[in-house]
Design a protein around this ligand. Structure first.
Ligand code: UDP
Length: 431
């Protein structure tokens, strides 16, 4: 039996469904408009009339929002690969004349306009979803409020963790998500489920090659390094150097064995992050003698640069698909050759015989220590400058932004391949 008022309620529900469907169509139209900038769109307004929406035509300079992770300021004072990349990219994009907003953790600075999202840093909660969700929700609110105020961003370039990509299709602004990590089982499942919600870029071909089936490759753009910011006046010492997180993948224990095999001094630098205490205590600490094998803690600024520049060789005995490895290009910028295992991005970053050597195991790494003494620090620096200059990297991203934000004008504006898409370690694929 139909309850009293049932018909009225059904009619109200049907009208509600129609209104929701209409709002969805309108949202899709606006989104298409923002993505493609094809003239104006007509929308049906609530009263049955029409409203014409004419977004601004694509300006030469782009309005770019860069979203950094919430965990550390940009640039970081010590450890922080992604934050270093975002800092260099933001400054280089500003130098190219773009209007850049950096959405980042408090304490961030640079040449872009900085919008700190959270009130404070959360060093004890790195990776906590409560922090990341708060950070991203505030970023999305900022991006949408700029659009509503008539100042839409052309692109949101996301360098943060998971939340922004998972929700990227809720924004009216096109999103480019750069994958900074490796594709372990959890990440692969996540990208398979949510990767179609934004354009996706990678930081090495090796990283892109391990993506889950079906995940798009909109671009491959290497990380930048500002070689000119590294000192050239630091005298060379004879120590070997390892810098990184104290996780088994990164191989500090293997670097120790190489130092022991060669009889050379080894300096280790980096933080012991939450979860790494046991590995550090068992595999590293027992070998520290304060002299031959020494841990100098977490380093930053000029002290870090001098540590890199004074080393005879940088050791990279990794056993994981390293997506890029900022420490390798930093060593090169400091004029220090890199000896690395052939894992992940290594063959795209190290030029054997010019900026270092690629070897298969610890024994070969120990033998290579004498060989790299022949390499010229100036060649290491040149190798980094030629391929990873922030302006080169920013130009690649700019082409990708244009291809995503306004596909029909991107060809004329810039070729995302940048004309030398086959260059080693630096390749961008058109969207
Ligand atoms: N780093 C630092 N101080 C340290 C240890 C590391 O500033 O004590 C920096 C290092 O120079 C590099 C970054 O942290 O810029 C690590 O980035 P990388 O890509 O090498 O490794 P991951 O992001 O996988 O940790």
């Amino acid at each position: 039996m139909t309850p009293p008022g049932g018909d009225r309620r059904r009619r109200a529900c049907a009208a509600g469904d129609r209104a929701v469907a209409q709002a969805r169509r309108a949202e899709r139209a606006v989104r298409t408009q923002l993505y493609t900038r094809r003239g104006s769109v007509e929308l049906i307004d609530g009263g049955g009339g029409t409203v014409t929406v004419s977004p601004p035509s694509m300006p030469r300079a782009l309005r770019i929002a860069l979203l950094a992770p919430p965990w550390l300021p940009v640039p970081p004072s010590g450890y922080g690969g992604v934050e270093t990349v975002v800092a260099l990219l933001a400054d280089a994009l500003v130098e190219r004349g773009h209007d850049v907003t950096l959405l980042a953790a408090p304490g961030s600075r640079g040449r872009a306009r900085v919008v700190p999202l959270l009130d404070r840093l959360h060093p004890r909660q790195i990776g906590a979803s409560v922090v990341e969700a708060d950070h991203v929700a505030r970023a999305f609110a900022h991006v949408e409020s700029e659009a509503l105020a008539g100042r839409p961003y052309d692109i949101l370039h996301d360098h943060s963790g998971w939340v922004a990509l998972a929700m990227a299709d809720r924004l009216t602004v096109p999103v480019l998500h750069t994958v900074h990590g490796s594709f372990d089982a959890d990440a692969s499942r996540f990208y398979a489920a949510h990767g179609a919600k934004a354009a996706i870029s990678y930081i090495s071909r090796a990283q892109a090659a391990t993506r889950p089936d079906g995940l798009a490759v909109d671009a491959i753009v290497p990380n930048p390094i500002d070689v000119e910011a590294w000192p050239t006046d630091v005298p060379k010492d004879d120590y070997l150097l390892w810098v990184g997180r104290f996780s088994p993948d990164k191989g500090p224990h293997r670097a120790i064995r190489v130092a022991q095999a060669t009889g050379r001094r080894l300096l280790l630098a980096g933080p012991v992050q939450p979860g790494q205490e046991r590995f550090f205590a068992e595999a590293v600490e027992p070998h520290l003698d304060g002299e031959r094998i020494r841990w100098v803690g977490e380093v930053g600024g000029r002290a870090k640069q001098e540590l890199f520049a004074g080393a005879a060789a940088f050791l990279m005995p990794i056993r994981w698909p390293e997506p890029f490895g900022m420490v390798m290009v930093e060593a090169m910028a400091a004029g220090t050759p890199v000896i690395a295992f052939a894992e992940g991005s290594v063959p795209e970053v190290v030029e054997p015989g010019r900026s270092g050597l690629i070897v298969g195991d610890e024994e070969a790494m120990a033998a290579a220590v004498a060989e790299v003494a022949e390499l010229d620090p100036a060649d290491c620096r040149a190798s980094a400058r030629e391929r990873f200059h922030p302006q080169r990297v920013a130009a690649r991203y700019e082409a990708v932004y244009r291809a995503i934000a306004a596909p029909e004008t991107a060809g004329a504006a810039a070729d995302p391949r940048g004309g030398d898409g086959d260059a080693r370690g630096e390749e961008a694929v058109a969207a």
